[in-house]
Design a protein around this ligand. Structure first.
Ligand SMILES: Cc1cc2nc3c(=O)[nH]c(=O)nc-3n(C[C@H](O)[C@H](O)[C@H](O)COP(=O)(O)OP(=O)(O)OC[C@H]3O[C@@H](n4cnc5c(N)ncnc54)[C@H](O)[C@@H]3O)c2cc1C
Length: 289
């Protein structure tokens, strides 16, 4: 049988994630990423910290190189622009002149930095900051110039006790330890059918200095998926994870909700997929729902 072809236009975070997930789900797919720039799978979010010298090694800004994609069976065409689509023939025309046929097409072309059209934007030292090439340009300008440091100018309500979910935290040596909700025995004693998972991830983005290992345990009811309890331990980040999960417990969220929570992301505070998401996705595999 002919192998189905997936063509992804754009090799940013979105395109790279689609490629990796599609290959995982269906290894027989022939997948090609078409990227007009020189890099794919660029971690844009840590780029400011590269400019600020917090991240020293530029290789840390690339989550997966084209060679690594190829080893995983995904073809990558860099410095190649998709210039035209023929949706009748299902062909993408490339800047190289080649036509790439597809069964499935994903447009992951992202966005461009917008110039504001205001006076001064063409002056030396004014940059757009969107791509890795922009980051290199800015960094090289700052390391080759004596720049002036920019200033930092810039009645009577009746109350009732609503209950608790048992959120708690303490410090032992250099570790934060926190928990909320039920443990396995309490959950079983209360009539639930508990299933649990323990995962170890990173408290903040792995590439950032100061990243520490963070353990998290989630407990949920096997039949309904309702979150029943959570525990976490690590040098940093355990308490704030449990605070988020305490709200989830209070609100009666289930594991699907938690796997898709919109958590604030920045490399200083978590990975793009937080340990909470990873643990929930892992626990979901044990569910009957
Ligand atoms: C400096 C910076 C810091 C950020 N920090 C954070 C943060 O802390 N937290 C957060 O949540 N988000 C952050 N973001 C946003 C986040 O990086 C973006 O949401 C994410 O990169 C979007 O990914 P994407 O794949 O959809 O698009 P993009 O990253 O824009 O990728 C699209 C790709 O498609 C390619 N392309 C476009 N047209 C064509 C074509 N015709 N042919 C071939 N290739 C094409 C482009 O070259 C590009 O590589 C930050 C972004 C930047 C720039």
């Amino acid at each position: 049988m002919r192998r189905k072809k997936l063509v992804i236009i754009g090799g940013g975070a979105g395109g790279a994630s689609v490629a990796a997930e599609a290959k995982r789900r269906n290894p027989a797919l022939t997948i090609t990423i078409v990227e007009q720039g020189a890099y794919v799978s660029v971690a844009a979010c840590p780029m400011p910290y590269y400019i600020g010298d917090v991240i020293k090694d530029q290789n840390h800004l690339i989550a997966r190189t084209p060679e690594e994609f190829r080893k995983g069976g995904i073809e990558v065409l860099t410095n190649t622009t998709a210039v035209e689509l023929d949706t009748d023939q299902r062909v993408v025309k490339l800047s190289s002149g080649r036509g790439l046929s597809y069964d499935y097409l994903v447009l992951a072309t992202g966005s461009k930095a917008q110039r504001l059209g205001i006076s001064g934007e063409d002056l030396e030292g004014v940059f757009t900051f969107k791509t890795l090439a922009d980051a290199f340009r800015m960094k090289s300008y700052l390391t080759s110039r004596h720049c002036r440091k920019a200033g930092r100018n810039i009645g009577d309500v009746q109350m009732s006790f609503p209950g608790v979910v048992g959120a708690q935290s303490f410090r032992i040596f250099n570790l934060e330890v926190a928990a909320a909700g039920l443990g396995e025995k309490e959950a079983a004693d209360s009539g639930y059918e508990p299933v649990s998972t323990i995962i170890w991830g990173s408290s903040i983005a792995k590439v950032m200095p100061g990243a520490k290992s963070l353990g998290i345990k989630l407990l949920a009811d096997k039949i309904t998926g309702q979150l029943l309890g959570a525990q976490s331990v690590g040098e940093i980040g355990a308490v704030n994870r449990i605070n988020a999960l305490s709200v989830a417990l209070w609100s009666g969220l289930n594991i699907d909700d938690i796997a898709n929570l919109d958590l604030a992301y920045s490399p200083f505070f978590s990975g793009p997929w937080d340990v909470i998401h990873i643990a929930a996705q892992n626990l979901k595999k044990q569910m009957t729902i």
